[in-house]
Structure formats: structure tokens, C-alpha cells
Design a protein around this ligand. Structure first.
Ligand SMILES: *Cc1c(COP(=O)(O)O)cnc(C)c1O
Length: 394
């Protein structure tokens, strides 16, 4: 018997004992040779599946050319990725970073900088119950996970909470010191809760009327996940600031903060980071964006999202579950009990082929497959899910 893996790692979460050895497309293989169909994909990160050739090529070519000349100098992939993101979006300026939390921190700094210049020092940001913006101290305060704003006291302040799809709750949270409202257009970690179209229109009107910034955290929803390059397109609104991460790097650590020209207000030295804009990650991001944000690719994502939705609806009927919801290939299945983690474990343990799904809430499973998953893998995933539900008596 070998000892359980992870003895030298700081304990941060419970992991299955599986050690993954390699991945290809929608499939992972562990060190014992067992295969798993992966509908988690690193939490919506691997938008083109595991180790796609396009990323292998970008890494190999760029690593042979230039890895990191320092963020104090321009490099070609950094310039090209920024220009590509500007061309695709309603924004004019891009700051590249390495994680979603880091991009969101940058968004808050930018809003506060703008508030100190243009709004007499306004600095408070309204965020939402159950929202998720990352794990730095400030982003834990910004997130709406119960208890998070008190986990590591003293916590940074300045984040008032409102309720998603309740415009009156936003109005109540506003004070003369408010500078911005920040939200996920579809709350991911909260269990795939989309903002309503009407609510987003009211929120855009309210923020514009009061001279407040609207910040869209598209770390999970951006880069094709919802069937469009950016989820804000689904709402016919334009935010003032947007953050991207997860899918942007297709698996590598890459994030971005985007804003309009009027917000291009950092002084030299106000913002930065050793790895920000490094050409190795930027080259990958450029390859990913060029692949995923093509109209035909996005149309396929919408079609696959519809197929997954129909498959999940059939499971809801056959297994007497509560329901299915989501946008594009970010979807959730609501269970009639709080044993979602048992279903995750049963799916993982299925043999000969396991299934990887994720339970962000006790009564809910979340699906974030590769955006290019083929129909056969999607249908197999639904079959395996039925088996796992049967085994857990759901
Ligand atoms: C994952 C996530 C983050 C945090 O991103 P990291 O790269 O883990 O720091 C922030 N916002 C949303 C909406 C996310 O889904």
C-alpha cells in the first residue's frame, strides 16, 4: 500500500485520492490508467478541452521565442491580445493579469482611483449576496458567500451587499460614497443563477443616472461559455469595466481587466505585477480567443448548450429532480436533496469510466464541459450521470 497522496501539501480542501496523469479533450486519465469524462474542465477553464494542439503549439513556439522580458517593456503577444480583446468588445483598454481575483482587485482599484478623481472620493462598491469574485482578502469581502466577509479578520471594507434581480435592494445599498456596482451576469459558484434581462436593463439605467460604474465579472461567463464572446451581449447592455480569466487562458493562468477610455486613469506605478502581460500566457490567450470567438464556433456552443439542456431536462423528468437551468455550456441540475457531493463521488467512482462533475451547492450539480465537446461525449456524460444518480438513490 502506498500512503495517501498530498502529505507534503498544505491542506486546503478535500480531494479524491486520484492522481491525474494526462488529459486530452474531454478525457482525463489517472495514474492507474482509469479514464474519466470531464464535465468540470478545471472549473470552466479548459474551454478547448485538455491540452489542445492549439495551446501546445502556442506554448512551444512562444517559449522558444520569449518567455518574460518584464512587464516594464512591451512584447508582441501582449499588444496583439489587448488589440484583439478591444476589437471584440465595447472596451478600449486592457490590463493583463494571471488570475480572476487579481483582475477583480484591479477593477476595484480602478473604480476607486476614478472615484477619487471624478466623484469626490467615492469608493464603495455594491456587490451581491452569493456572488463570487475570488479569494484575495478584498475579493472575499466583495464576494457574497455567507461568512466569507469575516473569515480572516480584519477584512477590507467598502462592499455593501444587494440581492441579485432586486433593483430596490441595489438602491437601498447606494450611499453618497458609492462608486460602482459589481456583479456576475450569471452567478457561477452560487449555482448558475442568471441575472434577469429586465434587472440588468434597470441596473444599467440606474448606474448611468447616478454616475456609477457598472463592473461585470465575466471571469466564468466570458470567452464563449454562455454562447457569446461575452455574456453582457445577451443583455443588450454595455458595462464600464469587465474582468476575464478562466476560459481566456484555456487552462493557463491568464486574466484581463478591460475598461473604457474614460477610465484609463491609473498613474504610472499605481498598478502592475511581475507576470502581468507576459508573452507566454498572452500568446496562449490570443490563440484561444481567435478560436473560440469565431461566429461559427460560438453558434456551435449555443447548439451544444441546447443539447445539454434537453438531456438534463430528460433526467429531471425521469429521476424526479427539481430542475435544470443555465446559459450556453454553463448549466446546473437542481436536486431534491442535499446530497450533491454523494452524486459527485458516485460519478467519480463509476467503472470502467468515471465522470467528473462539480457540486457548488449541497443540492446542485454544475456542468462546464469543454466548449468543443462532441455530441457522443455529451451523451455519454448524460448516461453516466443517470448511473451516478441511480447509485445514490436519486
Ligand atoms: C473563478 C472566479 C473568480 C476567481 O478567479 P481565480 O482565477 O480563481 O482567482 C472570480 N470571479 C468569478 C465569477 C469566478 O468564477
Amino acid at each position: 500500500m502506498t500512503t495517501a497522496p498530498g502529505q507534503a501539501l498544505l491542506t486546503i480542501t478535500r480531494r479524491p485520492e486520484t492522481v491525474f496523469a494526462h488529459g486530452h479533450g474531454s478525457w482525463l486519465t489517472d495514474e492507474g490508467g482509469k479514464r474519466y469524462l470531464d464535465l468540470v474542465q478545471g472549473w470552466a477553464v479548459n474551454c478547448l478541452g485538455h491540452s489542445p494542439e492549439l495551446i501546445q503549439r502556442a506554448l512551444a513556439e512562444q517559449s522558444a521565442r520569449l518567455v518574460n522580458p518584464s512587464p516594464a517593456y512591451f512584447n508582441r503577444p501582449m499588444l496583439d491580445l489587448a488589440e484583439r480583446l478591444v476589437a471584440l468588445s465595447c472596451f478600449d483598454r486592457v490590463f493583463l493579469a494571471s488570475s480572476g481575483a487579481e483582475a477583480n482587485e484591479g477593477a476595484i482599484k480602478l473604480a476607486r482611483r476614478w472615484g477619487s478623481r471624478q466623484r469626490g472620493g467615492a469608493h464603495e462598491v455594491v456587490t451581491f449576496d452569493h456572488g463570487f469574485h475570488g479569494r484575495t482578502l478584498a475579493m472575499m469581502s466583495a464576494s457574497g458567500k455567507p461568512g466569507w466577509d469575516q473569515l480572516y479578520p480584519p477584512m477590507p471594507g467598502g462592499f455593501a451587499k444587494a440581492r441579485l434581480n432586486d433593483i430596490a435592494s441595489v438602491e437601498r445599498a447606494l450611499t453618497p460614497a458609492t462608486v460602482a456596482v459589481m456583479l456576475e451576469l450569471v452567478q457561477g459558484e452560487a449555482g448558475v443563477n442568471p441575472a434577469d434581462r429586465g434587472f440588468m436593463r434597470e441596473l444599467r439605467a440606474l448606474t448611468t443616472e447616478r454616475g456609477l460604474l457598472l463592473i461585470a465579472d465575466e471571469v466564468q461567463t466570458g470567452i464563449g461559455r454562455c454562447g457569446h464572446a461575452f455574456a453582457y451581449e445577451l443583455y443588450d447592455i454595455e458595462p464600464d469595466i469587465m474582468t476575464l480569466a478562466k476560459g481566456l487562458g484555456g487552462g493557463v493562468p491568464l486574466a484581463a481587466l478591460l475598461c473604457r477610455e474614460a477610465l484609463n486613469c491609473f498613474e504610472p506605478g499605481d498598478q502592475g505585477g511581475t507576470f502581468c502581460g507576459n508573452p507566454l500566457m498572452a500568446a496562449v490567450g490570443l490563440a484561444v480567443v481567435n478560436e473560440v470567438c469565431r461566429p461559427d464556433f460560438l453558434a456551435d456552443v449555443r447548439q451544444r448548450g441546447g443539447r445539454l439542456s434537453l438531456g438534463l431536462q430528460a433526467i429531471v423528468r425521469d429521476h424526479g429532480l427539481v430542475g435544470e437551468r443555465g446559459t450556453g455550456l454553463l448549466r446546473a441540475l437542481v436536486l431534491p436533496h442535499d446530497r450533491a457531493s454523494d452524486v459527485v463521488a458516485a460519478a467519480h467512482a463509476l467503472a470502467p469510466v468515471g465522470l467528473l462533475v462539480n457540486a457548488p451547492r449541497p443540492n446542485l450539480l454544475r456542468f462546464m464541459p469543454a466548449l468543443n465537446i462532441d455530441d457522443a461525449a455529451l451523451d455519454l456524460g448524460l448516461d453516466l450521470l443517470r448511473q451516478a444518480l441511480r447509485e445514490t438513490g436519486a
